[in-house]
Write a protein that binds this ligand. Structure first.
Ligand code: NAG
Ligand code: NAG
Ligand code: NAG
Ligand code: NAG
Ligand code: NAG
Ligand code: NAG
Ligand code: NAG
Ligand code: NAG
Length: 456
């Protein structure tokens, strides 16, 4: 962080990862750019902000969640990364339910056997034409992720499921197939070409960090074998509500949290000059209680807050964000994306597992088509749609909600840590400890990035 490359700052600069200077040696020299100024510029500059904070806040949130069933969170599916084959051949995606699922074709989204064949008439991916939310997960055991939590040094312990003891592997072999088109597999070389000389910045909460780490890891192994240098910067900025709140800096009891719904400009200065911006904000709003909001100056004292229902407070904040984008961003220079809600899977009844506890022990995606649980708030989705529709600057959705809803098997579950400590064997046996909000890496967020890349 001490390096001049760090563009992402926080009032609480804490880096979970080693500072950039110590990070450089970890990056194979193949990815180094020729020295420019004092320091060699790595191809991928990974800027992490506040990860320590994130981890703590996050843990707090989890314990809050587990002690409150008001929450509606659900787990999502896991995704699969594939080898960087070029465009998929038509042959790639034969299989699926048309043939395999004659009886249940309308019901099942997931086809377990991908080796049968049928004629594929889906067209190539076109973001305008193809609805990525409409599709199914196809199991393909020959699909393997581009990285592992051992080969990629940038994954938080929280998401490092294999390292943390998860030994079932099916969740890493599912491939998302939109109904109308073929979604190209993540091609790291193509990604680097598209990002050459550019800055990509993820802004948001810990799910956004999940996605950002996935993106970095999808590139990292490829980058290490590259002789050619790419100058691409992939950063993360911690802003769980996008707008400011008193919880950004310190851990604040959820009941004392106050969101400053009109305050964004100060931190947003750090989001300018970026070529590709990817935002999200959701899970922090879902505390199940009314949201304390304040506008104007905190100097009036925090007692001056007003409480709103979540969708209303969310809308105020999102409008602040939208106004900032419209007044600041030049759409000819910067592309803006918004990742929709990442579903949480904390209510197993949602997918018919009456005896289950949260997403604990789930190893298969939900098969029921259009499954939608209580962890994805439709009111929030509709606020997002409405606000974005009124914006001048075009914002592209990475609509991950539906596809992730199926993936109850993809969460970190008990293969995680809390308060910086790995769960013990005993703690792991307790389903209540399952994290059904975040996702294992490799996993579902790889698919989100597959979609992002296809849209770039
Ligand atoms: C944003 O950048 C400004 C400098 O432009 C810096 O002073 C400030 O601390 C940064 N704020 C945050 C929250 O990162
Ligand atoms: C499964 O993945 C392999 C390896 O990428 C690919 O060759 C094959 O076509 C895939 N099968 C289906 C049905 O998608
Ligand atoms: C998948 O289908 C192929 C051919 O239809 C069959 O040979 C194979 O046994 C099936 N595999 C599984 C796991 O059902
Ligand atoms: C996987 O882990 C579970 C408990 O975490 C254990 O009961 C099981 O034996 C393990 N399976 C393998 C194949 O190691
Ligand atoms: C790398 O890209 C950044 C913009 O992302 C640019 O400011 C910088 O000059 C580039 N460096 C080189 C050596 O091309
Ligand atoms: C973006 O480009 C278009 C066409 O090149 C131009 O008409 C428009 O004024 C530009 N917008 C901005 C904000 O620069
Ligand atoms: C997890 O699921 C497997 C089968 O799906 C079952 O045999 C096992 O008992 C379950 N473990 C727990 C702790 O519920
Ligand atoms: C995302 O997809 C879901 C499911 O198809 C849909 O209901 C929702 O409106 C979409 N959200 C946005 C913002 O387009």
């Amino acid at each position: 962080m001490s390096s001049s490359f760090c563009c992402v700052e926080h009032h609480f600069i804490n880096s979970f990862f080693p500072p950039l200077s110590s990070l450089i040696p970890m990056i194979p020299s193949g990815i180094m750019k020729p020295p420019r100024g004092k320091l060699p510029l790595p191809i991928i500059i990974i800027t992490t902000c506040v990860l320590v904070f994130v981890a703590i806040l996050y843990a707090e949130r989890l314990s809050f969640l587990s002690s409150n069933s008001i929450f509606k969170f659900k787990p999502c599916p896991r995704q699969i990364t594939k080898p960087k084959s070029n465009e998929e051949k038509a042959g790639d995606r034969k299989a699926d339910k048309e043939k395999a699922g004659d009886k249940k074709a309308d019901e099942d989204v997931v086809i377990v056997n991908a080796s049968s064949s049928w004629i594929d008439d889906r067209f190539d991916f076109d973001p305008e034409e193809c609805n990525v939310a409409n599709g199914k997960w196809v199991f393909n055991s020959s699909v393997t992720p581009l990285y592992s939590d051992i080969s990629c040094p940038y994954i938080d312990r929280q998401f490092s499921c294999v390292k943390n003891g998860r030994n079932d592997s099916d969740y890493r072999h599912w491939e998302w197939q939109p109904e109308d088109c073929t979604l190209p597999r993540f091609n790291p070389e193509l990604a680097l070409r598209k990002l050459q000389g550019k800055r990509l910045l993820f802004v948001g909460d810990s799910l956004q960090r999940n996605q950002w780490e996935s993106f970095v890891c999808l590139l990292v192994l490829f980058v290490s074998v590259l002789s050619q240098a790419y100058n691409a910067t992939i950063e993360f900025y911690w802003a769980p509500y996008l707008v400011e709140s008193n919880s950004d800096i310190d851990i604040i009891d959820i009941r004392k949290r106050i969101i400053k719904v009109d305050a964004i400009a100060e931190r947003a200065k750090n989001w300018t000059g970026v070529d590709i911006l990817v935002f999200n904000t959701y899970v922090w709003w879902m505390s199940g209680i009314r949201i304390k909001t304040i506008w104007g100056s905190f100097a009036n004292g925090q007692e001056g807050y007003e409480e709103f229902d979540t969708p209303i407070a969310y809308k105020l904040a999102l409008k602040t964000w939208a106004n900032w984008i419209d007044s600041t961003i030049n759409p000819n220079k910067t592309r803006v994306f918004f990742t929709t809600m990442s579903p949480t899977h904390t209510r197993s009844q949602d997918w018919g597992n009456m005896e289950g506890v949260k997403c604990f022990n789930e190893t298969k995606p939900v098969m029921k088509k259009k499954h939608w649980g209580t962890g994805s708030d439709k009111r929030i989705m509709s606020v997002v749609s409405k606000v974005v529709k009124e914006m001048k600057v075009p914002v592209t959705f990475i609509n991950i909600t539906q596809l992730s809803e199926y993936r109850i098997d993809g969460h970190s579950s008990v293969y995680t840590e809390t308060g910086g400590k790995l769960l013990t064997e005993e703690e792991r046996a307790n389903p209540e400890n399952a994290d059904c909000i975040h996702w294992c890496l490799p996993g579902v967020p790889d698919t989100w990035n597959q979609i992002l890349l296809a849209m770039l």
